[in-house]
Design a binder for this molecule. Structure first.
Ligand SMILES: CC(C)(COP(=O)(O)OP(=O)(O)OC[C@H]1O[C@@H](n2cnc3c(N)ncnc32)[C@H](O)[C@@H]1OP(=O)(O)O)[C@@H](O)C(=O)NCCC(=O)NCCS
Length: 169
């Protein structure tokens, strides 16, 4: 897996990975409105405080996944988010390599000692992935609306020195 900045063409591909409003909210919380559009993704991709990472297959050069990092040095905040893997590649280690790579890049480019993320409590695959990479729940939770439900959002954090683990490339 290789990493490079996310392009508008990548965003077009990611748009095709998000098939319905439930998947959209599980992925991105309350950020976007359904139907998701390329315009919304382009707006998301224009925040100068974020760095946008695309994970690329080293052989085929196709997009495998995406995540971004919000780094606010003044507030001492580094937050990873919008983590997504091509639906056809899930369950084979791409997510772990993606998150591991972006976490490393975050700690390499910032002196902020802790990385934060938010995850919807019912997103077990994502929570298990983050726990396996050293993230733990802070115990603080908020809620976001999904249709006529309220979904719990868990905050997780990880210090710079996480568990030593070889990513499954
Ligand atoms: C969450 C996501 C990024 C994981 O990517 P992935 O490539 O499937 O993950 P991996 O194959 O690297 O799996 C890593 C770990 O995640 C967990 N995991 C992955 N799929 C799982 C599933 N279906 N059920 C339970 N745990 C799962 C496991 O702990 C797994 O480790 P293991 O293989 O040693 O058991 C992917 O499912 C995805 O893109 N989901 C949609 C978007 C989303 O929900 N993003 C998270 C927003 S917070």
């Amino acid at each position: 897996m290789e990493f490079r900045p996310t392009t508008p063409e990548d965003l077009r591909t990611i748009l095709g990975w998000v098939g319905n409003d439930r998947d959209m909210v599980l992925w991105s919380g309350p950020t976007f409105t359904w139907p998701l559009t390329l315009d919304q993704l382009l707006t998301y991709a224009g925040n100068p405080q974020r760095t946008y990472w695309s994970a690329i297959d080293g052989d085929s050069h196709t997009l495998m996944g995406h995540a971004s990092l919000l780094i606010d040095e003044d507030a001492g905040l580094m937050r990873i988010g919008f983590i997504i893997v091509d639906p056809g590649l899930r369950g084979r280690g791409a997510g772990r390599s993606l998150v591991d790579g972006v976490v490393r890049r975050g700690f390499e480019t910032s002196t902020i000692p802790v990385m934060t993320l938010g995850v919807i409590a019912r997103n077990r695959p994502a929570i298990q992935l983050y726990e396996s990479l050293g993230f733990t729940s802070t115990g603080t939770a908020s809620h976001i609306p999904y249709r006529d439900e309220e979904w719990e959002v868990i905050t997780m954090t990880r210090p710079a020195a996480g568990p030593e683990r070889v990513p499954a490339d």
